[in-house]
Ligand binder design. Sequence first.
Ligand SMILES: CC(=O)N[C@@H](CC(=O)O)C(=O)NC[C@H](CC1(C(=O)N[C@@H](Cc2ccc(O)cc2)C(=O)O)CCCC1)C(=O)O
Ligand SMILES: [Zn+2]
Length: 588
Amino acid sequence: SVNDELLAKEFLGDFNTRAMDVYSKSAFKAWDYNTNITEYNREQMVNSNLETAVFSKDMSGYANAFDQTGFTTDTKRQLDSIRYIGSAALPDEELEELENILSGMESRYSTGKPCEAGTCYSLEPDLTRIMATSHDYSELYWAWNAWRAEVGAPAREDYTRYVELKNQAAIANDQPDAGAYWRSYYEVDNLQEITEKLYDELQPLYEQLHAYVRRKLFNRYGADYINLRGPIPAHILGNMWAQSWSNLYDICEPFPGKQAVDITPALVEQNYDALRMFELSDEFFESLGLIKMPQEFWDHSMIEKPDDGRDVVCHASAWDFSNQVDFRIKQCTDITMDDFITIHHEMGHIEYYLQYKDLPVVYRGGANPGFHEAVGDVLALSVSTPKHLKEVGLIDEVVDDQEADLNFLMSIALDKISFLPFGYLMDQYRWGIFNGTTPESKFNEDWWKLRLRYQGIIPPTTRTEEDFDPAAKYHIPADVPYIRYFISFVLQFQFHETLCEAAGQTQELYKCDIYNSTDAGTLLANMLKMGSSKPWPEALDAIIGSTEISAQSLINYFQPLIDYLKEQNEMNGDTVGWAEMYTPKDPE
Ligand SMILES: CC(=O)N[C@@H](CC(=O)O)C(=O)NC[C@H](CC1(C(=O)N[C@@H](Cc2ccc(O)cc2)C(=O)O)CCCC1)C(=O)O
Ligand SMILES: [Zn+2]
């Protein structure tokens, strides 16, 4: 093997040029498929991925040929990231089989449209709107079951083969199973301990919110469906996966009518369309001195669901085409507060891409995947404040008192605190499948065990192994890891705290809006520019001055609400937790 760093650097330079060309070709093919789901585009994408795999395999061979003794840390880091190539390490036949399974699962999910009495319902916007706005137990029950029947159960066979192939690929990358391969992105050997400790610190907040919301749902649906000492039926929480409860704000509002926090009506009233929502988001990024969306972004993004009958992957996403020029968002934007927040989330990915676009292609990624997920959400924490919404004319007045503050904190908690157990369990579930703890015979049973243990929810009707409910959640058939979101929900409050300090905001954290602060923007940008060139604790240190991820910032942010929830739960004589199992009545 070759112990020559000059030669290694020459290889890395050559790799970078060729990788940009190969990766951008396959990104455009994936874009064409995602924005127009046809058999032809699917095949084009699969073939392009197979060509990319040949390139990756070749390059991995070259990178492995170097004896790294005496090499600089940077050269070693770049070589190592070329050596590990994911599914490209599979033999050609298995790789082609996996690529076809993946695109098949993606198609099934993205084109799924359950029908009832001659009407067919897309997930976005049809079923999403029902889950968000209906208060009819049996209508919600229909939507929840219909979606799982359409895209869940039918995915079980594909998923079983997918697991085998993913594990085979992991072993070819010196990892024991696919879960270990996914965790290796974080470059720590104790990721499970780190996330478990964070979850233990945050669980008390969740169980307070769970008890409070359960009481409100009891008031709405009654004792036939809600047991005040038990878990909550999964379909009445305002979201197809019970992962975000912001659509329950109307029954959870601590002080009714005190302060408007849902701007959906205002967006509609003021004739906002998708483009104007995107421009408002971009304006916030620019106000911090961050890089604004380039012209190509505006020319080629897909920001609305096409109305020409095309099937598209509506699940929002941000795209880096690896050519330092093309960056896009694909989103079937609905004119709602939810989607306004999602726009900031996706634009946060684009900002990260823009900030690190001149790094070697191997370093064009988040410091860890959780960092990438946190960027947009940090800005959205400022945008969501009543102070900011008033500044941009989306609410009329800011009521500055304790009651209005609690209303606001409730609206954010219904998004952020409700998500924590779901963000935590999604990969607990898949790590368990990949390491063999969960056999195929228990795919559904183990899913619901985790949903009960962490989220305190139960299915509204009996589930069996004829079902495969996890596949009704995009990231499972789409082969996208999820612990990144749990980590992001913790990190984003640490980032928010630091950026608020930098912006000279001294009042309570939840009131902070970093709008127009170029000091905050510079601090953020300097971390984003690092990409994945250094281990993530160094990037964390660069922005918050500590290498430790900590739940304390999130707890600080929500403290007034946590006190309120405890007081309300005690006043209602409600026990926190869901120890008492029961079976909700079937809807008539
Ligand atoms: C080419 C490509 O794939 N690009 C990646 C980005 C990259 O890796 O560079 C990408 O765009 N991934 C799509 C994914 C979309 C969304 C998502 O799936 N969110 C989670 C969890 C969540 C929920 C609430 C929340 O506030 C934040 C997150 C869910 O909805 O369950 C949907 C709406 C929000 C984000 C995303 O943007 O992360
Ligand atoms: Zn994201």
